[in-house]
Design a protein around this ligand. Sequence first.
Ligand SMILES: Nc1nc2c(ncn2[C@@H]2O[C@H](COP(=O)(O)OP(=O)(O)O)[C@@H](O)[C@H]2O)c(=O)[nH]1
Ligand SMILES: [Mg+2]
Length: 187
Amino acid sequence: MEEATISETQNIYKFKITLFGTSNVGKTSLILRFINDSFVNDIKKTIGTNFLIKDLHVDNKNIRLLIWDIGGQAQFSNMRSVYFKGSNAAIGVFDITSTDSLLKIPKWVMSIEKLGLKIPMVLLANKYDLAPEQQIVQEEDIIELADQLSSKMDRKIDFMYTSALNGLNVENVFFKIARMCLSNYSK
Ligand SMILES: Nc1nc2c(ncn2[C@@H]2O[C@H](COP(=O)(O)OP(=O)(O)O)[C@@H](O)[C@H]2O)c(=O)[nH]1
Ligand SMILES: [Mg+2]
């Protein structure tokens, strides 16, 4: 007799995770790093919206993350409600070499909030593999923004340094988000 797979015998928690942030910050690369443990140097600009699936085992629970990668259209604010609909968590990404990419984050957070989504959020300071002199966004500015958003949103919004290139913190981020979704779910 064949053994039943875990999915047949146990509950799977399904969580939709949406990534947001301006283009070129590394959203697609972070997802590919997490899903395939790979880095592609020349990925084409994400067209449309795609999602990828990753199954995790967290705190003895089976979790399926549906990770949504934003495409060109969702950069337009009128498309965002479609993109964020039903999200259980959101990950905001900026690039430590681009102040503009950090400054774009609050707009996104506000548009998620406007949709009435009280979901967990994490900010990622990506491309941390680059040489320190290439880091233009200062840590104190990141902390200040995260604090401002936290008080506005009335929940803690943390940030983490990541690199899709060398994998720094990539797994940690998704496991952290999965845990946040779980604890939100069981409330
Ligand atoms: N050095 C470095 N480059 C990265 C990293 N993540 C992405 N990139 C590069 O940044 C560019 C934009 O990445 P992409 O994933 O397409 O960004 P997206 O537009 O936010 O999806 C590409 O040339 C990637 O190779 C990273 O962590 N470190
Ligand atoms: Mg992309």
